[in-house]
Design a protein around this ligand. Structure first.
Ligand code: BES
Ligand code: ZN
Ligand code: ZN
Length: 466
């Protein structure tokens, strides 16, 4: 995959020629307007630019050059996306903020220029780069890294399932291992069937090239605090024998979005050299249909030893995560975080923008929530409502993996996972959409990272050396 060269689009201010961008908001607009030359004021009046309409901007000619004014919600605290529409629309060239530094708003500037053109014979946008200069060179690199991590999630999710199966997820993890000196371990075949029966069962119908596997990566000093990241890597979710309706199946290439999030998160942790011993686990499968498919009513003995009766083969994500979580727990990490495109119910409850977050500790939940506000990457907590747990019962086995109940589907999925995580280990489960529709400035329709920056910020706050 060809990655956009983000580092060339956000650069230190070395006094290079740059078109000024004046950011105004509804409070600062009148005061700012008074100080503009008379011809600028006339132009703004003609365009009815009032400094209030989000993403509106105006251009002031200056000989054969120009300056820009753009309306943002709060010019004192820039949101990550407030420059995205500008970066999308302005012509090639170098720009700088007339006042202040872009900081996190650099992210939207960068991501607005990311393109997924692997499947176009001609690039969709042949404009040259829009470069933003920054007064604070130290803030550039972290923003570039966040843009790269987000773009990685988008590209992995957007790649059609035919070109991104379990083997390609393995390759993405191997690339990270090679870059960082991390150790990679992949379990498949007979060893998978023996050690991870749920992953093997769910992936059983796929063709041999798309065989299921558990991909693990270990990085960091053995004595540093141990954390585990677990991702749902369903490279295509047809629903299995309980086949999905066409409209839902249409976007199920994105069902490896959790895996893409934890891969990108691992990359951020490694690049920031956070003092942790990192254990990344990706359960990679295709939920396909064939004579070898697992069936409704099958009972599988999980890695943990619990017998699970399969109710609906479309609830495959929680099954593969259960074995991966059980493996993560065996090394006694001090924290486990999983990302998964786990339920349609989480979307019904919270809509497309808000990943549902389930946490077995209030202090961890509040750390995640405050980090999420800090970096403007929203998540929302839902309860691990204990009284519902009894509904995960089976007539013949230790448990079923669904409640057979149409309500609270995201909570039942989370309660199922909780059965595989002992209460003494702090754990957060993030049920994300990994998708955006409709698009917004800097965030086109398609794969997207949701909750990634929030979790990274929480981990940075918890583990930074400084
Ligand atoms: N991958 C889906 C969840 C999903 C569906 C995410 C649509 C985003 C959009 C998951 O594997 C699934 O199908 N879950 C079922 C569970 C049900 C059968 C208990 C669901 O949410 O409907
Ligand atoms: Zn499913
Ligand atoms: Zn799924």
């Amino acid at each position: 995959m060809r990655m956009t060269d983000f580092a060339s689009l956000l650069v230190p201010d070395r006094g290079q020629k740059a078109r000024p961008i004046h950011l105004v908001d509804k409070n600062s607009f009148e005061g700012w307007l008074k100080k503009r030359p008379v011809e600028d004021r006339a132009l703004l009046a003609a365009h009815r630019f009032d400094g209030k309409t989000q993403h509106a901007f105006a251009i002031f000619p200056r000989g054969n050059e120009f300056e820009v004014a753009a309306a943002v919600k709060d010019s004192k605290k820039l949101s990550p996306w407030c420059l995205a529409a500008l970066a999308e629309k302005l012509p090639e060239g170098t720009y700088k903020l007339a006042d202040g530094d872009p900081d996190l708003a650099g992210l939207g500037w960068l991501l607005a220029q990311h393109r997924f053109d692997a499947y176009r014979s001609k690039a969709k946008d042949d404009r040259g780069p829009r470069v933003l200069v920054s007064q604070e060179p130290a803030k550039i690199e972290p923003v570039v890294k966040l843009a790269e991590a987000t773009a990685l999630v988008r590209d992995l999710v957007d790649t059609p399932a035919a070109d991104l199966g379990p083997a390609e997820l393995e390759k993405a993890a191997a690339d990270l291992a090679n870059r960082s000196g991390a150790q990679l371990r992949v379990t498949s075949g007979a060893e998978l069937a023996e050690g991870y029966p749920l992953i093997a069962a769910v992936g059983g119908a796929a063709t041999p090239e798309r065989a299921p596997r558990l991909i693990e990566l270990e990085w960091g000093k053995p004595d540093d605090p141990r954390i585990a990241l677990v991702g749902k890597g369903v490279c295509f979710d047809s629903g299995g024998l309980d086949l999905k309706p066409a409209a839902w199946m249409r976007i199920m290439k994105k069902d490896m979005g959790g895996a893409a999030h934890v891969l990108a998160l691992a990359g951020l942790i490694i690049e920031a050299k956070l003092p942790v011993r990192l254990h990344l686990l990706i359960a990679a499968v295709e939920n396909a249909v064939s004579g070898a498919a697992y069936r409704p009513g099958d009972v599988v003995k999980s890695r943990k030893g619990l017998f699970v009766e399969v109710d609906n083969t479309d609830a495959e994500g929680r099954l593969i995560l259960a074995d991966a979580l059980a493996k993560a727990v065996e090394s006694k990490p001090e924290l486990i975080i999983d990302f998964a495109t786990l339920t349609g119910a989480a979307r019904t409850a919270l809509g497309p923008d808000l990943p549902a977050t389930f946490v077995n500790r209030d202090d961890l939940a509040s750390d995640l929530e405050s980090a999420s506000r800090e970096v403007d990457d929203p998540i929302w907590r839902l309860p691990l409502w204990e009284p519902y747990d009894e509904h995960l019962k089976s007539d013949i086995a230790d448990m079923s993996h669904t409640s057979g109940n149409a309500m609270a589907g995201a909570i039942y999925a989370a309660l199922f996972l909780q059965r595989f995580v002992p209460p003494e280990i702090p754990w957060a489960h993030i049920d994300t959409w990994a998708w955006r529709d409709p698009g917004k400035p800097g965030r086109p329709k398609g794969g997207d990272a949701l909750g990634l920056r929030a979790v990274f910020a929480a981990l940075e706050a918890r583990y930074s050396r400084t």
